[in-house]
Design a protein around this ligand. Structure first.
Ligand code: BTN
Length: 247
């Protein structure tokens, strides 16, 4: 995949700009980066605080896969970003919480939001993956409720990396992993996901719209990116939606 970066001082949301570009035919590898976003958003329409100091970007993709496996794009991005951040910050304490949060010592440092559109033959027209990394955002500038659950990498790791350095490292890992995945399939990527996550083996509560709908031990993720959870009664269910809290 060849990358083509477009950098902006301010955008409403890099995902919104990337969707527009993708609809207009932007090639795979188009990357939209903004220093800050005025309408950054996360999963479940949540507001995503995006001041200057964080890394906010979206990659346009045109993967040649069956749409039922599109959630693998998010898993792949989780692997790429975790690998890059672990190398840059020289720590193994960064891990993936299913489906798409990266935690550093249980606090969120990165979130991802993917979107896609199918064509009239039900093939993937485009997929985008939006990635937000709290590189140098000050935790005291976070909304109060976020201060308990999120942190900034530079602050926590007493580092002073720039957003550019972090972006370069992530894009390097991402393109290598993406090309390998498109050529050889998902086995290697899923194996890396399993070794970089902090979800499997833990007691989790699966939530949909903030309501707990199932609780048990997270056993596996399947090829469609769903999490497989087994409860005390021996019932096993897979979820490819919602989010989890880890006990
Ligand atoms: C989440 O954890 O809920 C996902 C957050 C995704 C945030 C990123 S920042 C870059 C891109 N633009 C957006 O508006 N959202 C994503």
């Amino acid at each position: 995949m060849k990358l083509q970066l477009s950098k902006f001082d301010v955008l409403e949301s890099t995902n919104t700009t990337a969707v527009t570009a993708a609809k207009e035919g932007a090639p795979e590898g188009t990357v939209i980066v903004a220093e800050r976003q005025t309408g950054g958003h996360g999963r479940l329409q949540r507001e995503w605080s995006s001041p200057k100091g964080g890394l906010w970007f979206t990659i346009v993709l045109r993967p040649k896969i069956d749409p039922q496996f599109v959630a693998q794009v998010t898993l792949l991005a989780g692997v790429a970003v975790t690998k890059a951040l672990r190398i840059l910050y020289k720590t193994d304490a960064i891990a993936i919480k299913w489906p798409n949060d990266l935690l550093l010592n249980k606090k969120k440092v990165c979130g991802m939001l993917s979107e896609m559109e199918l064509d009239d033959k039900e093939n993937i027209k485009y997929a985008i993956i939006g990635i937000g990394v709290n590189v140098a955002t000050e935790t005291k500038s976070f909304p109060l409720e976020l201060q308990q659950t999120a942190t900034s990498l530079n602050e926590s790791m007493q580092a002073s990396l720039s957003c550019e350095e972090v972006l370069d490292a992530i894009l390097r890992e991402f393109t290598e992993l993406y090309d390998e995945w498109q050529q050889n399939g998902s086995a290697a990527m899923l194996q890396q996901w399993r070794s970089l996550n902090c979800t499997l083996g833990s007691m989790v509560k699966v939530k949909d719209d903030d309501q707990v709908i199932f609780a048990g031990t997270a056993l596996a993720i399947d090829d469609q990116g769903a999490i497989v959870v087994s409860n005390n009664q021996g019932e096993t269910q897979s979820f490819n939606f919602g989010e989890i809290s880890i006990r």
